[in-house]
Design a protein around this ligand. Structure first.
Ligand code: HEC
Ligand code: HEC
Ligand code: HEC
Ligand code: HEC
Ligand code: HEC
Length: 306
């Protein structure tokens, strides 16, 4: 696989990842006691088992956000929970640490499943659909706390499909639909008939900032060992100095370049497009040529080594 500089980066990146993981294991081995304590705290938290009902699957959102659903379906975010590579690495680390690593890996790659209290070792076919969806709609749109570098320890708000969604918007489009529920045939509670819809858009500004992505894209295990270093690379980049966000490059109309957003509706309710011509954030989170190493500011136009 060729990267922006024409180098063969895929294998070295994997090798680097593997070495970081081995290093992580050595240090985790040294902190067994802390981890065991953390594990028992997690057990207590999990006695409160949530039902899948309160963590809606992306397929529910697809009823009105079909285009975004399709974009997301092809993303690595949708792949995070089912990736065979992830499971191989995760199992190897669990064996090496004799289990003391606990839910460290799954709470990020299988965030909703972990919140639901599913066992770390549960195979995919025993997991709920929303857990198999990895980084799914509610992983990003049911978050109301601002996190910095959280290693995946982010709280997802529980609630049925009617519960609020969070994003950087005043929700005018939704308000219009809710004003005319019978025309749009939407249901805002169990008693009503129609397409079940969230009843509010809560303004959450951090979702527009790079820090929102960093809560997962910077993984530090212990004593400065970092599995994922995107934030470190980005922080020192010219893009950050210019105030260009992760979203501008990874959700804009041209993958990898801050050339503005596409336009069009984000929701179609019972055949009617809502809020047409609005800015659309693309959800495949594509990376040009899908390279494996991040360069911070690394447009494909960068000078090539060969
Ligand atoms: C809840 C954690 C989480 C959040 C929040 C998150 N990501 Fe991710 N992201 C992941 C995981 C995990 C993967 C890798 C999944 C896999 O391949 O197994 C990933 C993959 C990606 C990829 C694909 C990389 C490739 O090699 O193709 C891009 C690009 C990306 N994320 C960008 C973003 C941006 C931009 C944001 C902020 C708007 C963001 N992510 C927020 C967890 C997250
Ligand atoms: C804080 C969130 C987080 C945690 C915790 C985490 N990862 Fe990841 N992981 C990511 C992100 C983000 C990516 C995407 C990296 C990229 O494309 O640059 C990723 C990518 C990967 C990949 C390569 C993509 C794939 O699916 O093949 C593997 C393998 C992986 N992680 C394994 C692990 C293992 C094993 C652990 C536990 C030791 C772990 N991860 C813990 C966020 C996390
Ligand atoms: C029955 C239809 C329907 C369903 C199902 C639905 N939505 Fe929406 N949603 C809408 C409409 C209509 C809007 C307003 C769109 C606009 O203003 O562009 C909206 C707006 C949003 C917004 C805010 C957009 C903005 O900028 O104001 C987010 C985020 C969102 N939905 C996420 C979700 C998620 C996540 C799910 C699944 C848990 C979901 N939606 C399920 C109809 C629906
Ligand atoms: C990795 C995080 C992430 C995931 C996963 C995710 N979104 Fe988003 N979504 C965002 C961000 C970031 C924005 C742009 C917020 C802003 O700055 O206005 C956004 C914007 C939106 C909007 C407003 C319309 C637009 O294009 O700007 C809707 C509606 C929406 N998302 C629905 C969904 C649905 C439905 C899913 C699942 C199929 C989903 N999102 C998955 C991060 C995410
Ligand atoms: C100026 C535009 C730009 C900004 C800002 C930017 N990226 Fe990237 N990103 C790229 C490009 C271009 C690539 C492909 C890199 C290559 O060709 O080597 C990439 C690659 C990636 C990858 C996959 C590479 C890997 O390490 O496996 C991830 C994940 C990613 N970016 C996440 C992020 C996150 C998270 C942020 C914010 C902290 C961010 N990016 C900010 C342009 C950008």
């Amino acid at each position: 696989m060729l990267d922006a500089f024409g180098g063969q980066r895929g294998n070295t990146q994997l090798a680097r990842l593997f070495l970081s993981l081995i290093a992580a294991v050595l240090f985790l081995g040294m902190s067994t006691q802390v981890d065991a304590q953390e594990a028992s705290e997690a057990d207590v938290a999990h006695t409160e088992i949530f039902s899948e009902e309160v963590f809606p699957s992306a397929s529910k959102c697809a009823a009105c956000h079909e285009e975004i659903y399709k974009e997301w379906s092809s993303s690595n975010h949708a792949y995070a929970s089912i990736s065979p590579m992830f499971h191989k690495f995760e199992q190897a680390i669990t064996n090496l640490t004799q289990g003391t690593i606990g839910t460290f890996c799954v709470r990020c790659h299988q965030s909703v499943g972990t919140t639901l209290g599913e066992s770390r070792a549960a195979p995919l076919w025993e997991r709920s659909q929303v857990s198999r969806e990895g980084i799914t709609c509610i992983t990003c749109h049911r978050v109301k706390d601002t996190y910095a570098k959280a290693n995946g320890e982010r709280r997802i708000e529980p609630g049925k499909i009617y519960s609020p969604v969070y994003t950087n918007s005043d929700g005018e489009g939704l308000k219009k639909v809710l004003e005319d529920k019978s025309y749009y045939r939407v249901a805002t509670n169990e008693e009503e008939r129609g397409n079940q819809i969230h009843t509010e858009v809560v303004k959450f500004t951090q979702i527009s900032k790079s820090e929102f992505c960093v809560s997962c894209h910077q993984v530090a295990v212990n004593l400065g060992i970092k599995l994922e270093v995107v934030w470190d690379q980005y922080r020192d980049s010219p893009a950050n100095a210019k105030g260009i966000t992760c979203q501008e490059c990874h959700m804009g109309k041209d993958p990898g370049l801050p050339n503005g957003y596409a336009r069009g509706p984000a929701a179609v309710v019972t055949g009617t497009a809502i809020h047409t011509g609005r800015a659309r954030h693309k959800h495949p989170f594509s990376v040009p040529a899908d390279p494996l190493a991040h360069m911070g500011l690394c447009p494909p136009t960068a000078p090539r080594a060969i």
